[in-house]
Design a protein around this ligand. Sequence first.
Ligand code: SR1
Ligand code: MG
Length: 397
Amino acid sequence: MAVVATKQYQSLTQESAISLASELSLFPDEAKLTCEEIGDGNLNYVFLITDQMNGSGVIIKQALPYAKVIGESWPLTLKRAKIEASALKKHGEYAADLVPKVYETDENLAITVMEDLSHLTIVREGLIKGESYPKLSTDIGNYLALTLYHTSDFALHPFEKKALVIEFSNPELCKITEDLIFTDPFFDHETNDFEPALQVEVEKIWNNKLLKLEVAKLKRSFLTEAEALLHGDLHTGSVFASEEETKVIDPEFAFYGPIGFDIGLFLANLIVQSITREGKQRDVIHGHIRNTWTTFSSKFAGFLELSEFDSFKDIEGYNAFLLEKIFHDSLGFAGCELIRRTIGLAHVKDLDSIENEKKRILLKKQTLKTGERLIVSRQEIDSIDAVIELLGEIKYE
Ligand code: SR1
Ligand code: MG
């Protein structure tokens, strides 16, 4: 629904965000509103409006007409705000407790007004500090199974599914992923950003024909396989959590793509954490890696058996084939994410915030090697335990 029908796009300030909240009657008349810009992502403004009378709040998220991380030289469609709000609502139909509630949207202003999640922590930040989220992998495994199954051909009438493919056509944001995850890091491209000490490793990647062949296959899968409505950017910065709750935010990259992409991105960002940790602290993350996959795969397999639209669901071996494909795809996509987060345009704090240069470079080399192994060997890795074993094997001293 349009919030204010006549409003033309203008970027919000803390003051105008408060005025908008009042105009929308989001709070009672006597509310004493304050506003803080809390966005730490690459693309948008995120305003937290709080009523100081009782502490209640809402989030107003606004897309900017360019990528915040780069500036006005990188224009970016405002349509992504509508995609994000629609994806939150669609995924919320199946995983209501695991996504924020959307209160209002406005296409002209490119805003989404949603539930205040400021009592939760961004998982990437929390994991870096060593916080623990006991429910994280069960919740994300469930979120993945629920959203990916229920938006797929297994659960939807073919007409309904294809209408959603059209609704969630998201070419501009997909192009960012095609470039930043699947292309630029594998070539000497100007968007890449890596430390000089990694030059030798990076050139090895650029010259590795076998690796590039496998990345080309994964990119092709991303471009062509409209399996389910993906979140599209499911890294640990897209998840808010506490010990009791998990909420997946920010699906502005949502589109119909290969199921393994969301799983792979999430696993990769856990793998980065594993690489930065030692001993028992690593085991916690390995538990989450194992549990994300086992929760997703057991739940998804259960759904497949009940599929209303898959005539072949009872054919022996077919559901196992599907799960194996998703697993191997996930590992390949995870590998691409590991490499791009180390040498591409968009890095992760988990690695970049390591102050000791020698350690940081060693761990970045380990991340690159892990990414490469996952991509090249993904068809031979036959279980999530084998992934965890691999993480133990690749160690630079
Ligand atoms: C210019 S956008 C860079 C990255 O930020 C987003 O969160 C996506 O991960 C994208 O690749
Ligand atoms: Mg984001």
